[in-house]
Ligand binder design. Sequence first.
Ligand code: HSE
Length: 462
Amino acid sequence: MFRDPVQSLETQPSPSVGAIRPLRVGMIGMGTVGAGTFRVLARNQALIAGRAGRGIEVVVVAARNLARAVGVVGTDVALTNDPMQVATHPGVDVVVEVAGGTGAAREWVLAAIAAGKHVVTANKALLAVHGSEIFAAALEHGVAVAYEGAVAVSIPIVKALREGLTANRIEWVAGIVNGTTNFILSKMRDEGLDFAAALQQAQALGYAEADPSFDIDGVDAAHKMALLAANAFGMPVRFADAQVEGITRLQGLDVACAEQLGFRIKLLGVARRREDHGVPGIELRVQPALVPATHLMAQVNGSMNGIMVKGDAAGVTMYYGAGAGSEPTASAVIADLVDVARLGGTHAAQRVPHLGFHAHAVDNALAVLPRAAVHTRHYLRVPVHSGEQTGAVGAWLATQQVPVAQVQLACDQALPPGTGPQVLVLTGAVAQATVDLAMHALAAHPAVAGPVATLRVEMLEG
Ligand code: HSE
């Protein structure tokens, strides 16, 4: 039923004389993203060729489920269930890896590079974990590795950072870069859905990772932020050093209290350039954070993503679009294919560098600042025995070097029935170490009636 990919390619007609021959694509993976990519390539074939200056043809596909794959690609494309056959196929110019994972995918991508093929991937986990090795191999073999689909899918944020904002010294990049968790938070807040039901919907819509704990634990967002930080600051991909917290421990009580204070809670990725005691470093973190309810970032709902970049020349720019899904990811994957199609015979040194900076300009010493050094405003929710202790809590925090910007008692009506009095505090900017020490001591304060909740507050100001 399935044709041998090597034989079937050998029998294909030669490209038309006088025209640049089409870019020949081998695809590994025919799931949500693979199918979307194939569909959009077929639907918009002529306009894509018009932009690329040549055709883009999928010639071979590796899929786990061949019967399902043939339903997507038909019988004119060679099919195999061996990804390595695609990675090393002599009739392929570029390998699109949209299968996911970090083990086998690393082998396929390195094999494709060693065989002199360009690679397009939407696999952020792969690049966050093995990016340094993969980009180094690509440089050695003179091929490109493109990954726009790996970060905030439909939003061309890699291109924006590497090309559109190339004149700028980037100060920070922050945003909502995981569609699944934003979808869950929006459903819980707007429709009162519980966590499990909202996650189930996200999975059914094809937003979630194969292992959804990557989404809800903030790991997927951290993969993406590590890639953005590398492009923004000229540093290696430092995913392993990122501070990561997901949404599983977020309480509905804090969502309600944040609203009372005029804020909304979002799972926010932040990469910020800072000096800590005179040493330059980067805050690289993902956590549920309060953003002002009137801020544009608070209006990014459902599976949408929103990213802000602060550059010294451009100021703040903001990017918004679908953060997950089949064709939104396909849009980015195909944009990368068009870039590859346009490379012609350019030397690697003349191309846009993989991480935005040429190797000699990457600052290998630029490190991620430790959690204790992260400097932000904070939200504190302090359960107390009596509302009359509100002032005492504020005064006590001030004695602990925590700058108190606002302190008030949560209004009972907005809280779930049976909730005791809660003192809500907004602090000024303060080091995490100071907050941690104060929270430790506050737990033993006689006014305090239960565990204190703390979340970061991000004003995202220009
Ligand atoms: N699981 C990812 C998300 C898919 O929800 O954002 C797109 O990277």
